[in-house]
Ligand binder design. Structure first.
Ligand SMILES: [Zn+2]
Length: 424
C-alpha cells in the first residue's frame, strides 16, 4: 500500500514499512505484509515517534503522538502535550502484549504501533496498529480540568482502553468472527483481556474487582423503561439487541457479558495446583486452531468441550450445552445466599456452610466457588454444584487454621444479581 500525504505529516500503516521518500510537497511511504491481514487501516498526523523492542516477546512497540492538541482543545489552560505521555501508553501496550502472549499464544505480527487519534474517547484496533483516544495521552489532572466530575468515571475507561485495543490483535484479527451472532468472541474477549490486564498489573485487586462489578452493573442496571441490557435478549443476538427501549444494549451486553462468560469459564477451569493452566492451554489451542479464520460460537463451544475439566462435566456427557444455553443463548441470572459458621475444635476450626441458589428456572446449573481468606487474598477452597432454586445440604469441613472470613463468588466468578453472606 502506498500513501502520499502533505510532507509535514507522518503516515502509520499496517504491516511493515518498506520505504519512505519525499515527492515535492508530499511524504510518501510504502507498506507491505508477508502475513495475511483481514483489514487494513492507517493513521497520519504531525506525529513524534518513539520506539522500543520488548525483550520478552521481541515485539517492536511504536508510539505516535502530536506535541499539540487538536483545535477544539486549544485555549484550555495547562500544558496539553500528548506526546509527553506516549511512553505511558507504550508501556501499557508492551505489558498487554506480554500478558496476552502468555495467555493466548504468540501473535505473528512482530510490531504494534500505538497512535493518537483526535477523538476524545474512541479507540480502535487494526492488525499492527491501534488508535488510542486523545484522552489516553492526557494525565488525570488534565482530564479533570477538561471534564470535571466526569473525569473520574472516565479514568476507568482510560485504564482499560489500551489493553482492550491491544487484545484485538488476538480477538478480531488473529481470530475473526463468523457473523453478528459471534461478535462477542471479539469484543467480549477483548473486555475479558482488559480485566486480566488489571489483575496482573495492579498491586492490589481493587481495580480488578471493581472492573467486574462495573461490568455486572452495565449488564443488569435498568434503564428509564425499567429494562436492563440483559432483558433485551441473549448476547448471541448481537446488534439486534438494540431496540428503541433497549438502546445501547449491544454495548452493554456483548462487551461485558461476553467478557463475563470467558471469565466464568476461566474460574471454573482454575485449579489451586496449576492455577490458570487449563484455561491457558485451551486459549492457546483456540487461537492456533482458528488462526486467520472466522469462528462461530459453536466452534468456541467445541473448543471448551475439548478442554472440559471433570468438574465442568456436570452432565457426564462431555457437553457444555448447559453453560452455553444459560449464558450465551439465555438471559437467566442467579442470586446466591451463603451462610456459614466457624467454631473451634481443639487446634482445628470447623467450618459449616450452606449455599442457596435462587431466581432461576428449575434446570439452571452452576458451580459456585467458595473462598477462604486468611490474610488479604482469598483463595478458592472448592466449588458447590447446584441445580435450580435450591439450598444445598449443610457442608462441614475441618480447617487447620481459622480463616478471617469465608466468601463465595469472591472474584465475581459468576454473574449474579445478588450475593449475600450470613444475611448481609
Ligand atoms: Zn473492541
Amino acid at each position: 500500500m502506498t500513501f502520499k500525504v502533505p510532507k509535514q505529516f507522518t503516515t502509520v500503516g499496517v504491516g511493515r514499512l518498506l520505504k519512505e521518500w519525499k515527492e515535492e510537497d508530499f511524504a510518501a511511504s510504502l507498506w507491505t505484509t508477508e502475513i495475511p491481514l483481514a483489514v487494513a487501516g492507517f493513521n497520519y498526523g504531525r506525529f513524534k515517534k518513539k520506539e522500543v523492542t520488548d525483550s520478552e516477546t521481541k515485539y517492536a512497540i511504536e508510539g505516535y503522538a502530536t506535541s499539540e492538541v487538536p483545535d477544539y482543545l486549544r485555549g484550555f489552560p495547562g500544558n496539553l502535550t500528548p506526546s509527553r505521555l506516549t511512553e505511558n501508553a507504550m508501556v501499557e501496550a508492551q505489558n498487554s502484549v506480554r500478558l496476552f502472549t502468555q495467555y493466548f499464544g504468540e501473535a505473528p505480527y512482530g510490531r504494534l504501533a500505538i497512535t493518537q487519534q483526535p477523538q476524545f474517547n474512541f479507540g480502535q484496533s487494526w492488525p499492527t496498529l491501534v488508535y488510542l483516544p486523545l484522552s489516553a495521552f492526557l494525565d488525570s489532572t488534565q482530564r479533570w480540568m477538561l471534564m470535571g466530575g466526569d473525569a473520574f468515571r472516565f479514568t476507568e475507561f482510560i485504564q482499560e482502553v489500551t489493553p482492550h485495543e491491544v487484545a484485538h490483535q488476538w480477538w478480531g484479527h488473529m481470530v475473526g468472527w463468523a457473523s453478528y451472532h459471534d461478535q462477542w468472541l471479539s469484543e467480549g474477549f477483548a473486555d475479558f483481556s482488559a480485566g486480566l490486564y488489571l489483575l496482573w498489573t495492579e498491586s492490589k485487586p481493587d481495580k480488578y474487582l471493581k472492573y467486574w462489578e462495573r461490568a455486572r452493573k452495565a449488564i443488569l442496571d435498568k434503564n428509564e423503561f425499567g429494562l436492563a441490557a440483559n432483558d433485551a435478549g441473549p448476547l448471541w443476538m448481537g446488534l439486534r439487541l438494540n431496540t428503541r427501549r433497549t438502546g445501547g444494549a449491544y454495548n452493554r451486553l456483548v462487551y461485558p457479558k461476553g467478557g463475563y462468560i470467558l471469565h466464568m469459564l476461566r474460574s471454573m477451569m482454575y485449579e489451586a495446583q496449576t492455577k490458570d493452566q487449563n484455561f491457558v492451554v485451551m486459549m492457546h489451542d483456540f487461537v492456533k486452531t482458528y488462526y486467520n479464520q472466522s469462528v462461530s460460537t459453536e466452534d468456541f463451544k467445541r473448543m471448551v468441550e475439548k478442554h472440559i475439566t471433570p468438574n465442568m462435566n456436570v452432565d457426564g456427557n462431555g457437553s457444555m450445552d448447559w453453560f452455553f444455553d444459560e449464558w450465551v443463548y439465555g438471559t437467566e441470572v442467579p442470586s446466591y445466599a451463603f451462610n456459614y459458621s466457624l467454631s473451634d475444635d481443639g487446634d482445628k476450626t470447623v467450618l459449616k456452610f450452606t449455599v442457596e441458589q435462587s431466581g432461576v428456572s428449575p434446570r439452571f446449573k452452576m458451580l459456585i466457588p467458595i473462598y477462604l481468606e486468611f490474610d488479604g487474598k482469598p483463595f478458592q477452597m472448592g466449588r458447590v454444584f447446584l441445580v435450580g432454586n435450591l439450598k444445598s445440604k449443610e457442608f462441614q469441613t475441618r480447617l487447620p487454621k481459622r480463616p478471617k472470613r469465608v466468601l463465595i463468588n469472591a472474584e465475581h466468578d459468576i454473574l449474579a444479581s445478588q450475593v449475600s453472606v450470613n444475611g448481609k
